[in-house]
Design a protein around this ligand. Structure first.
Ligand code: HEC
Ligand code: HEC
Ligand code: HEC
Ligand code: HEC
Ligand code: HEC
Ligand code: HEC
Ligand code: HEC
Ligand code: HEC
Ligand code: HEC
Ligand code: HEC
Length: 304
């Protein structure tokens, strides 16, 4: 009895799965007929221009609205009352399974480029879908169909700390908000992160954190004749990535920064002499100016 019912269910499922035939699709004009306002806004987006019979380069693209929403015959023929049918997606569903289906709809066309590490990424595994960050039915941002006008606003919805850190006195120039006062616009969160997934920790868009930093700060990459061991290990040994209340994005100020690793006896840096005139002002760096490494023949002590 139980077995028969299971077999029946599998049979039904197979029928439905193979049932998305060409005539389950009604074509974009039919949708536009009932969804005029939505379709008007959509027409000015990248997809509105690319997913038309004229511009399409694949059969899927030619389906227009239905390339994302799935075959819409049941929905259209019911005058919009049917909201649930096999393969039909309104993007309003919000169960964990629905998030996967929503992303799959997009991945049909977008899986080769920066999305290739989406599967298993921090965002996918925490139940986000493409539409957590993208709005496709109307242009909200200037580029990339983001769900907020700027990228920092998209990310800061969920990541308050990173957003707040980028407001500190020393920070990466990520402030973009609306081009208003203080807008810098030199870089975005995506200058260092790939929100879709990456091979490195913390969604860093490079093989390692140092590779990311030195892709812009190339002079810190080395190789140096005289390396400073912690620099090639990780820039984050001394710097905070997003922002700090200390100058130069430093974790803590020198001399304490240096003294966390160096407690030299009989040296100006000796911790028991905090008032020493040698550690005032620029501190250790007034003599050890080449903290990132030196190429000077006699730069062994990073002083030149
Ligand atoms: C690229 C994929 C894609 C295409 C193509 C697409 N949609 Fe959507 N649609 C979505 C997503 C995702 C949502 C959820 C809201 C959002 O992200 O903008 C949505 C939401 C909607 C909604 C709900 C109202 C709203 O704005 O939230 C309607 C109605 C709709 N789409 C109709 C259409 C019609 C009509 C077309 C064709 C003219 C179309 N869609 C083409 C992905 C798509
Ligand atoms: C005969 C008119 C009609 C046609 C044709 C039609 N729809 Fe609808 N659609 C409706 C109505 C009515 C609703 C319910 C609207 C509501 O609840 O706000 C609806 C709801 C939707 C929703 C869910 C919106 C929401 O806010 O939950 C989506 C997405 C959608 N339609 C997409 C499409 C697409 C894509 C097509 C073409 C395959 C299409 N519709 C064809 C009338 C139609
Ligand atoms: C049928 C194929 C197809 C589907 C499905 C599709 N897209 Fe696209 N998408 C395109 C094409 C074509 C472009 C044009 C840019 C290009 O050449 O890649 C594009 C561009 C984009 C862009 C870049 C916009 C810009 O301004 O640079 C984003 C973001 C995007 N799609 C997100 C999505 C999301 C999110 C979904 C799912 C809701 C989705 N796409 C579903 C084909 C598709
Ligand atoms: C956590 C937020 C977030 C999620 C989730 C997300 N994106 Fe993006 N996406 C972005 C941001 C930010 C950009 C702009 C990147 C840049 O500035 O280079 C972008 C850019 C894009 C682009 C245009 C640039 C390119 O790589 O071709 C496409 C296409 C795209 N996303 C598709 C998707 C698809 C498909 C999914 C779901 C599998 C998805 N995105 C999920 C944030 C997100
Ligand atoms: C809808 C909420 C949401 C949005 C929007 C969002 N994220 Fe996330 N993000 C998360 C969640 C949830 C996690 C997982 C946190 C955890 O596991 O502690 C996460 C994790 C991360 C991580 C850490 C990954 C790791 O491996 O530790 C980074 C980096 C990140 N997000 C960057 C971004 C960027 C950049 C954007 C904007 C393009 C963005 N996020 C937008 C929810 C979001
Ligand atoms: C200069 C490169 C850079 C930029 C720009 C950047 N990040 Fe990061 N981000 C990093 C690095 C490196 C880490 C790893 C930090 C660690 O391991 O201590 C990180 C970690 C994170 C994390 C994981 C949690 C944490 O704080 O350790 C989140 C979330 C995050 N970044 C979000 C953002 C957001 C949102 C933006 C844009 C406002 C942004 N990042 C801009 C480099 C950057
Ligand atoms: C996309 C390019 C880019 C990447 C990647 C990048 N930076 Fe920067 N960084 C900049 C720019 C631009 C400035 C501002 C320079 C200026 O104001 O003259 C800056 C400034 C700094 C400063 C000085 C801040 C201050 O307050 O004066 C430090 C320190 C720094 N970056 C460290 C890092 C570290 C560590 C990483 C890796 C986590 C990193 N950068 C990744 C572009 C980048
Ligand atoms: C041992 C600690 C330490 C490590 C590790 C470190 N830095 Fe620094 N960095 C400093 C100090 C200290 C300053 C301030 C220098 C000064 O005041 O003369 C600084 C300043 C900077 C500046 C701004 C001033 C300038 O010289 O351009 C940048 C950019 C920078 N570091 C990038 C990096 C990058 C990229 C890495 C990783 C490859 C890194 N740092 C690793 C200690 C460190
Ligand atoms: C995370 C730990 C760490 C921090 C922080 C650190 N260093 Fe170093 N430093 C090292 C290590 C490890 C070496 C290599 C020691 C060796 O080869 O014996 C080194 C080497 C040196 C040397 C060369 C000495 C030698 O014997 O080769 C000088 C000078 C130096 N550091 C100065 C500084 C200054 C100045 C700061 C603060 C800006 C600093 N260090 C911060 C770990 C650190
Ligand atoms: C007044 C200049 C000056 C200041 C300030 C200074 N140093 Fe030095 N330091 C030197 C010189 C010169 C050497 C080369 C070795 C020597 O002659 O003793 C050196 C050597 C070192 C060495 C290598 C010692 C060894 O025997 O291998 C370390 C580590 C070091 N300094 C760390 C620091 C730290 C940490 C600070 C800040 C707390 C600091 N120095 C401040 C001038 C200075």
């Amino acid at each position: 009895m139980g077995l028969a019912r299971t077999l029946l269910r599998i049979g039904v499922a197979l029928c439905i799965a193979s049932a998305a035939r060409a005539d389950d699709y009604v074509g974009q004009e039919t949708c536009v007929g009932c969804h005029g306002a939505v379709s008007h806004a959509y027409a000015s987006t990248v997809h509105g221009r690319a997913l038309t019979a004229a511009a399409a380069t694949t059969a899927l693209m030619e389906r227009g609205c239905e390339s994302c929403h799935g075959p819409g015959r049941a929905h259209a023929m019911s005058g919009g009352r049917v909201q649930q049918a096999e393969g039909w997606l309104t993007f309003r569903e919000d169960t964990p399974e629905a998030e996967t289906l929503k992303s799959q709809a997009c991945l049909q066309c977008h899986q080769g480029s920066t999305q290739r590490f989406w599967h298993g990424s921090a965002h996918e595994s925490r139940g986000l879908s493409c539409s957590s960050c993208h709005t496709v039915m109307q242009p909200v941002s200037q580029r990339h169909l983001l769900s907020r006008p700027t990228e920092a606003e998209v990310c800061s919805q969920c990541h308050h700390l990173a957003g707040a850190q980028s407001r500190r006195t020393s920070h990466m120039p990520t402030r973009t908000t609306g081009g208003g006062p203080g807008a810098e616009g030199f870089m975005t969160c995506a200058s260092c992160h790939n929100a879709h997934g990456s091979v490195a920790e913390s969604l860093i868009d490079a093989h390692t954190i140092n590779d990311s930093c030195t892709s812009c700060h190339a002079e810190k990459r080395g190789p140096f004749l005289w390396e400073h061991a912690p620099v090639s290990e990780s820039c984050l040994g001394c710097h905070v990535a997003h922002g700090s209340i200390k100058p130069n994005l430093l974790r803590i100020s020198a001399p304490r920064l240096c003294q966390t690793c160096h407690v030299q006896v009989l040296h100006v840096s000796e911790a028991r002499a905090p008032g020493s005139r040698f550690v005032a002002g620029q501190s250790c760096m007034s003599c050890h100016s080449q903290v990132h490494g030196s190429n000077h023949p006699s730069g062994a002590f990073l002083t030149r």
